[in-house]
Design a protein around this ligand. Structure first.
Ligand code: FAD
Ligand code: EPU
Length: 339
């Protein structure tokens, strides 16, 4: 286990916010957990790739940075393979690794930043697929009881941008590996708006999994700012999910607002559309701004602090609320410890 005193976290969060921690411990293997000091959620932070959090201040205690690596096929049958990945594996490299071996199921989740261990935290999703469709199980270290625990996919309580680990018992479980059930035979999911059009543009009628992955990558590069160029954490707010009656009255007043019915009689509506309609797309307040490429992405144009980014987020929330009566919820974790 590597220990770094008083590290700057600027390279460890995709917003590029310059916060500090008391100590950073880098976990390289599972044995490292046995020598971990007690984890205090009021001072300490579990960190993966830092692509879904906003550091709104310094971390008074320890940042536990998960770098446990390894990926392998642990079981297989005629139709499926079971892949196990260490929590520290880069998610997108895991997607490309599985596709290169002829296993499909992750292609729509290409190019999502971050590490494999964080994928279950908010049940990552994109282009019509969520992790829940492939996750078999999660292995974690219970930081309260200092013991190993395993969760089936159902026990993870995965939902839209949510899980047991995000809102149920946050910071209790340090995920060390995940298992994914992937297909040997490709079942394309092409219903997400723009995906089949992108394949058609490339002259592809019946795509294979790698061609779908390539199309998703092209679309994502077009739509989303690259965090290595301009700091961001992807969508800053979740798309609100409304009861059907509530959605129908909002849509009667705003017929152009994109809306996606769910199977449980709720309707997801577009946060990006509302933010753009409030005039924020491309807006800038100091070094904090809203991407001119995508209204749902808050960006750091240079040296914005976490607090300045939060001020802009709060302004957006209150304008959207007064315009549409909708309360936007942040998607990334806002990391703010008492001073
Ligand atoms: P971090 O940001 O390091 O951590 C996120 C949370 O998980 C924190 O609460 C942290 O404490 C906890 N955590 C991290 N690792 C562990 C662990 N091993 N055990 C327990 N807790 C842990 N997300 C999507 O769902 N879909 C998208 O399409 C998408 N697009 C994005 C595009 C961009 C440009 C960016 C910057 C982000 C995007 N995201 C998207 C968000 C983000 O990439 C995902 O949520 C990703 O899974 C976060 O992984 P991470 O390793 O960076 O987690
Ligand atoms: N839109 C606007 N203005 C914009 C951008 C989009 O009005 O500036 C409208 C368009 O009508 C568009 C619709 O919003 O058709 C949806 O846009 P997009 O396809 O980009 O999807 P999104 O709802 O904004 C969600 C996820 C993304 C994920 C994409 C693709 C959430 C909060 N965000 O974004 O996830 O990549 O779909 O599946 O659910 C993330 O979680 O960080 C993330 C990037």
């Amino acid at each position: 286990m590597k220990a770094t005193e008083q590290p700057s976290l600027v390279r460890f969060n995709t917003f590029g916010v310059d916060a500090r921690a008391g100590l950073m411990l880098t976990l390289e293997n599972e044995e490292d957990l046995l020598s971990l000091a007690p984890f205090d959620p009021k001072r300490d932070l579990l960190l993966g790739g830092g692509s879904n959090l906003l550091l709104a201040g310094d971390i008074p205690g320890t940042v536990v940075h998960n770098q446990i690596s390894g990926k392998e096929v642990v079981d297989s049958d005629r139709d499926h393979v079971l892949v196990e990945a260490g929590a520290g594996e880069n998610w997108h490299e895991l997607v490309l690794w599985s596709l290169s071996r002829g296993y499909s199921g992750l292609e729509n989740l290409s190019l999502i930043p971050g590490l494999a261990g964080a994928a279950p935290i908010q049940n990552i999703g994109a282009y019509g697929v969520e992790l829940s469709s492939v996750l078999e199980s999660v292995t974690a270290w219970d930081l309260q009881r200092s013991t190993w625990v395993s969760f089936s996919c159902e026990q993870c309580q995965l939902a839209y941008r949510d899980s047991l680990f995000k809102t149920g018992q946050p910071d209790r479980y340090l995920i060390t590996s995940i298992r994914l059930r992937l297909d040997r035979c490709f079942n394309p999911v092409l219903g997400y708006s723009g995906l089949s059009e992108e394949l058609a543009r490339a002259g592809i009628g019946q795509p294979n999994a790698i061609e779908v992955s390539d199309a998703v990558i092209r679309l994502r590069r077009l739509k989303l700012p690259d965090p290595s160029v301009t700091g961001n954490a992807g969508s800053f707010f979740k798309n609100p999910v409304l009861r059907q009656e509530e959605a129908l009255s909002l849509l009667a007043l705003n017929p152009d607002m994109p809306a996606w019915p769910n199977t449980d009689e709720t309707v997801k509506i577009s946060a990006a559309w509302m933010i753009e309609h409030c005039g924020f797309k491309g807006f800038r307040q100091g070094d904090a701004g809203v991407s001119a490429q995508h209204a749902l992405v808050i960006v750091n144009h240079g040296s914005a602090s976490g607090r300045e980014i939060m001020e802009l987020a709060t302004k957006i929330q209150s304008t959207v609320h007064s315009t549409f009566g909708i309360e936007l919820q942040p998607e990334p974790r806002i990391v703010r410890f008492p001073a």
